[in-house]
Design a protein. Structure first.
Ligand SMILES: [Zn+2]
Length: 89
């Protein structure tokens, strides 16, 4: 179960980086975020289900209509990766 320790999880960070490179996660900064209980769907960052006991982040960016639903910890890692990539490019 994802926890705060994910923030220091280099393996997950590398996994998310690969997902961005493969186009499975958008390279964008979230403009609007809705927070709620998990809906049971799989998190696109770590492929684990977001259970009702967990916090689900619904991130909306400028370039895509549907929300990206992830664990909050996965959202942080995803956004960190996006910020670094956008800064480099
Ligand atoms: Zn996740």
């Amino acid at each position: 179960m994802p926890t705060e320790s994910q923030l220091n999880d280099g393996a997950l960070r590398a996994y998310i980086r690969r997902k961005i490179e493969d186009g499975l996660l958008p390279l964008t900064l979230s403009k609007t975020i809705a927070i709620g209980a998990g809906s049971g769907g799989d998190c696109p960052a770590c492929d684990q289900p977001i259970t009702v006991e967990q916090i689900e982040y619904q991130a909306f960016g400028p370039r895509y209509g549907a929300a990206v639903r992830l664990h909050w910890g996965c959202h942080v890692l995803w956004q960190l990766e996006c910020v670094e990539r956008l800064r480099r490019s």
